[in-house]
Design a binder for this molecule. Structure first.
Ligand code: ZN
Length: 1154
């Protein structure tokens, strides 16, 4: 702004304050009014900076205090004050991101979200208070109770003053609420503008806790409820929705206090609001009213503890050392129970926003120094035995291995298996067992490179399938008892009568005795064999009999006797990827009203516990008509099931062993269902504040009948899905944390495909420890030992007594010649780990893809084997996986926070994984890449987290020492390659920041202590992709396995791009490249040409349209009413003839006509 203009403004303001000449004041006000109505917010902020607020407030006080105040001056003054005050507040709040959300009627609206920022005039309320403008405005309002226009202007000013909580409290003390109650009347068609403005001022005042307390004490809750009812019943045309909303906002703010909630309940508030809204839930014009009603009802729904005897896990296990349960990591509800009515009012704008950057490590010493080993050097010797490849002499190696072609093609046919989603190729165990393969055509060999070539455009989307459609529907139409080849299947029902798959029926007579004696062979192996004969199924790299043998050796805390059928029988990916579920409009609202109905209309509520780990087994009487639940099998973790209504069940999942929390993962069996009936399931003790279930994710379901009909498939299933905060609360005493905590409900409806089926439901595709052990054995048998060096050994024993496997994969030396053996030993290492977090089964599917690819006969896999030694620990937390944990080990601790100083007897798998890496480092053989596979519950796609000193310091805006720091940027190469290569991967979610809270994770410790610059965490979404060729699709196991294979290809290309890449490898790759029509070259070029610009994390989910957490004060009501207030003022300035009879229907804002 020009300096001249600036001084002009200052002169105007000075004149305004000093002048007593009516005409000059009027002229100046007119000028200021014109100036501000035409310009942007910048102009207003500029005026504030030049003392505009003070000048206007002072003029107000001076004018109002004269014997007969001049309203010709006061009215424009009030308008200006409201405008300036409004903008001052706008600056306080700061306008954050603008985003487009969809309203219930489908139209897109722009919604402003507010982010607290430094204010330009956050003291507006304070200034008004100091200059005594509050008092004079209140006095003027009292004087003008019968003069609509003057009163309206006073109310506008009060509305702006009240936006600061401290001034609101002061207004309350000075009797503002009593004044407003004189204005707010029962239903009338007169003075509705005034009434509306008054309800808005009152609502703003009630944001102050002292005002709310006063309102409770004076019995305003009853009065407000009566007013609401009166307006609601008379305003049948919904003309005065905003008045009704204002009244409800008053109640909502009062309900923030415990005494307010009590008063509300005592006044039958729940019943009143519930019944008044029941018949108008679908009325779009009432949206502003219903959303507030819902918030009040949720807020006032009496809190109760979870229906569990204890928050501690149902499973306890004696472990060495003292068990230290993590402090609750979830958000705590500050205003809960102990919100104490004595709490002092404080301005929210005075608090500094805590930046997430606080977590960044800014200590350059910590970032750059390399700590010494955490153990004596001699202890590292033990890991020599795990690296036999470094000492093996291959004396018995034939001189020309690998030329036994017939041998390879028969016995090791599965070499050609490439786990890719885009490829239709599926592995078969042998050629005479192809019967299952009719759904997916076998198109012969497909190399990974050719998959890449066509990959990004060849997604196997189901054609013509409606989103959310039950993939079993085709199956149903083909009729029960008919398999995919059309022949009848006998006795499915007989097999289903097996209540579960007994691990060792022979050794457990008590259990077998309880089964029917008719068709059931006594040995489980026999059952399986018979089933396999009648229902041939061949699933790549799976074998039910082997699984059973492995499961017998798996040791669980609860000593599981049963196997889950899907794990035993195996899973085959569905023929097509499933789209994300489209969220039904207002679904959360419907579910919450159903929840509230339990309290208010309990006539159909059953509330019967039908399954509980805390009760002696079996709890259920099989005769009753309810669903039967079970979870005592590997990775199962349902703790309790309560039948709420005929077709609705509340479910509670078990906390991690020796812990009181981490409920997220679930896996259980359900039976006794009716087909075609939607059953509602509510997992009521979830802990995370939001979930991908709100953004298109569905749980997974496996039907035993479907499996026996030839479709042994986990599919995404469930509709009417949402995730929201519920009314359960656990006190601090129970959780052992510093404060109590609240819970979230995941609700979904399932329509089962068959009557009397046995189905399994899970958070994500299960992958058990026994499945891994089975898989490793089959992999080992599948390789040609003359070509592939595949060794499986035990890294260590877990606390639970299970072996933690370590796999070594490389190529056999070309011959036993010294040169070849030397080349073999000198191959660089790659180290990959997974599943430290047991609930992240997606990580295991990615790992499965990696392992299968690495042993395959794909040319890329061959090159990788010939050039690297892969050390793989596919499951860092077997005990957690086995016992159905989500996050922790048997000691109840997060093993990915133990890497700094693991102890051999407390965290054996971490101790030895780190030891192995130490050993490699000590002999100068640190891995080229270290990567730990994880699952991510809040984001979509697949991405890497890495470590960079410079990016961390930049992000933290710390300049200390950055200029002299030299950092190799090669940590960015692999993610860039994967971004080009893997359909599910996206660079845009990758991050290379070193956080203090992650100092003890594998990624940071391997980077810092072993000096591995390419040390990563790879995160795969539980949900699916919102970019790339898989955009809009949920992940199936194929897509996850494909990611594992692509990761390997990424490692090869990384090597080809590195300076150390051998001539030999480049030559070999070039051959491959020609054979593959230069795809590789294509990608290499694209990778090298991509810029190194920093991509930031922009892919966080948008705020959910429906409030997940009702206790957080959404600023949207405030913002809405402010812009509305602004509109009114604007309108009034140009239209002086305003009467009181105008309509106030929503969305009917008049355009200001200049
Ligand atoms: Zn994880």
């Amino acid at each position: 702004m020009a300096e001249q203009e600036a001084s002009g403004l200052q002169v105007l303001l000075r004149t305004l304050q000093s002048s007593s000449d009516r005409e000059s004041i009027l002229t100046i006000l007119q000028l200021l009014g014109d100036l501000l109505s035409g310009g942007t917010d910048r102009r207003i902020r500029y005026m504030i900076s030049k003392g505009g607020s003070e000048a206007l407030l002072q003029t107000l006080v001076d004018t109002a205090r004269t014997a007969s105040p001049d309203y010709d001056i006061l009215l424009p003054l009030f308008r200006l004050l409201a405008k300036v005050g409004l903008r001052g507040l706008g600056a306080v709040l700061g306008i954050g991101n603008t985003m487009v959300t969809k309203t219930d009627n489908g139209s897109a609206v722009m919604e402003l979200t507010f982010k607290q920022r430094r204010a330009e005039d956050k003291k507006f309320g304070q200034k008004a208070l100091e200059l005594e403008a509050l008092d004079v405005t209140l006095i003027l309002a009292r004087k003008n109770l019968c003069h609509s226009q003057n009163l309206l202007h006073c109310l506008w000013a009060l509305r702006v003053f009240a936006a600061s909580v401290t001034t609101a409290a002061m207004l309350g003390i000075n009797g503002a609420m009593e004044l407003l109650f004189k204005v707010i009347t029962p239903y009338t068609q007169n003075r509705t503008r005034i009434i509306r403005a008054a309800t808005e001022v009152l609502a703003a005042l009630l944001k102050s806790k002292s005002n709310s307390r006063r309102a409770v004490n004076r019995g305003y809750v009853v009065g407000l409820l009566r007013l609401h009812q009166d307006w609601h019943s008379h305003d049948t045309a919904n003309t005065y929705v905003l008045i009704r909303r204002g009244l409800l906002l008053c109640l909502k703010h009062i309900a923030a206090l415990r005494s307010g909630r009590e008063a509300f309940l005592a006044a039958q508030g729940m019943e009143t609001l519930f019944s008044t809204t029941q018949n108008c839930l679908d009325d779009k014009s009432l949206e502003p009213v219903i959303s507030i009603v819902l918030q009040i009802l949720r807020q006032c729904y009496p809190k109760s503890p979870l229906p569990l005897v204890t928050a501690s896990s149902a499973y306890a296990f004696p472990v060495p050392g003292s068990v230290t349960s993590d402090p609750p990591c979830v958000l705590t509800e500050e205003d809960f129970e102990d919100d104490g009515d004595e709490e002092v009012d404080k301005d929210s704008d005075s608090e500094d926003v805590k930046e997430e950057d606080d977590d960044l490590e800014t200590d350059v010493n910590k970032l750059t120094s390399k700590p010494g080993p955490d153990r004596p050097e001699e202890e590292l010797r033990q890991y020599e035995a795990m690296c036999l490849e470094l000492s093996c002499s291959f004396e018995d190696l034939e001189s020309k291995p690998g030329d036994d072609l017939s041998f390879e093609e028969t016995q090791y046919a599965n070499h050609h298996h490439i786990p890719t989603a885009a490829s239709l190729k599926r592995h078969c165990l042998s050629k005479d067992q192809l019967s299952w393969g009719q759904e997916r055509e076998d198109t012969g060999r497909t190399s990974l490179l050719s998959t890449v070539k066509m990959g990004r455009s060849s997604v196997h989307l189901a054609s013509g399938k409606a989103p959310g459609m039950n993939p079993y529907q085709n199956a149903q139409s083909s009729g029960l008892g008919i398999d995919s080849s059309g022949s009848e299947i006998p006795d499915i029902q007989a097999f289903l009568n097996e209540d579960a798959w007994d691990i060792d029926a022979m050794s457990c007579p008590r259990m077998s005795a309880s089964f029917s004696n008719s068709t059931r062979p006594r040995d489980a192996t026999e059952v399986i064999n018979k089933l396999l004969q009648t229902h041939p199924q061949h699933i790549p790299f799976h074998d039910p009999c082997l699984y059973m043998a492995k499961a017998r050796r798996t040791r669980s805390v609860a000593d599981f006797k049963m196997m889950a059928f899907p794990d035993l029988w195996g899973h085959r990916p569905p023929p097509s990827a499933q789209p994300m579920l489209e969220r039904k409009c207002g679904i959360q609202r419907i579910k919450i009203f159903e929840d509230i109905r339990r309290l208010l209309q309990p006539s159909d509520i059953i509330n019967k516990v039908v399954f509980s780990l805390d009760e002696p087994w079996p709890l259920q009487d099989t005769a009753s008509d309810c669903l039967r639940f079970f979870s005592k099998f590997e990775s199962g973790n349902l703790r309790k099931a309560i039948q709420v209504r005929e077709f609705e069940y509340d479910l509670l999942v078990n906390a991690d062993v020796n812990n009181t929390q981490h409920q997220q993962w679930f896996y259980f069996r359900v039976s006794g269902m009716r087909a075609a009936v939607p059953y509602r399931f509510n997992v009521i003790n979830c802990e995370k504040p939001n979930s991908q279930f709100n953004y298109g994710m569905q749980p997974t379901l496996y039907s035993v009948k479907e499996a026996l009909l030839g479709r042994p498939t986990w599919i995404r299933m469930g509709h009417e899905i949402c995730y929201y905060k519920n009314h359960y609360h656990q006190s601090a005493a129970v959780t052992g944390g510093a404060s109590g905590k609240c819970y979230y409900t995941l609700t979904f409806a399932v329509t089962f495909p068959h009557d009397e089926d046995v189905c399994y439901l899970a958070y994500h595709y299960p992958y058990t420890y026994s499945a891994l052990m089975t898989h490793l054995d089959i992999l080992e048998k599948s390789v040609n030992p003359k070509q592939v060096y595949f060794r499986q050994e035990v890294l260590c024993q877990t606390l639970g007594g299970n072996s933690c496997p370590l796999v070594t994969i490389t190529a056999m030396p070309e011959s036993k010649s010294a040169d070849h053996v030397e080349q073999f030993r000198q191959r660089p290492y790659q180290v990959i780990t997974a599943r430290v977090h047991p609930g992240e089964s997606n990580a295991s599917w990615v790992m499965k893809g990696t392992l299968e690819f690495l042993v395959s006969s794909d040319p890329v896999a061959r090159l990788l084997r010939e050039n690297f030694i892969f050390k793989i620990i596919p499951m860092l937390n077997p005990d957690g996986v086995i016992n159905g944990n989500h996050r922790c080990s048997l000691r109840g601790e997060d093993l990915n926070r133990q890497w700094l100083s693991p102890r051999a007897h407390l965290q054996p798998t971490i101790y030895h994984a780190k030891g192995l890496l130490y050993y490699l480092s000590s002999i100068g053989r640190s891995p080229v890449v270290f990567c730990d596979f994880h699952g991510h519950s809040q984001k979509k796609n697949v991405f890497l987290y890495g470590c960079s000193i410079k990016e961390t310091l930049w992000q933290a805006e710390s300049t200390v020492g950055t200029s002299t720091l030299v950092e190799d940027v090669s940590y960015r190469t692999l993610p860039k390659i994967l971004d080009k290569l893997a359909p599910a991967f996206t660079m845009s979610s990758c991050s290379f920041l070193v956080e203090k809270s992650r100092a003890s994770t594998a990624r940071v410790v391997v980077w810092r202590e072993m000096g591995v610059s390419r040390s990563y965490t790879m995160e795969s979404s539980y949900c699916g992709c919102n970019q790339g060729p898989y955009q809009g699709l949920q992940f199936g196991t194929s897509e996850l396995e494909e990611m594992g294979a692509m990761f390997c290809l990424g490692l090869l290309i990384l090597e080809l791009k590195s300076v150390s890449c051998s001539h030999h490898l480049l030559t070999r790759a070039a051959t491959l490249l020609n054979a593959e029509e230069e795809v590789l070259d294509h990608y290499l070029q694209r990778c090298s040409s991509s810029s190194s610009s920093i991509t930031s994390e922009l892919d966080d989910e948008p705020a959910c349209l429906e409030e997940i957490d009702y206790s957080t004060d959404s600023s949207s009501d405030q913002e809405g009413s402010f812009s509305e207030l602004d509109r009114q003022i604007q309108e009034c300035a140009f239209n002086k003839e305003e009467g009181d009879e105008e309509e106030e229907g929503p969305g009917q804002g008049r355009k200001a006509s200049p």
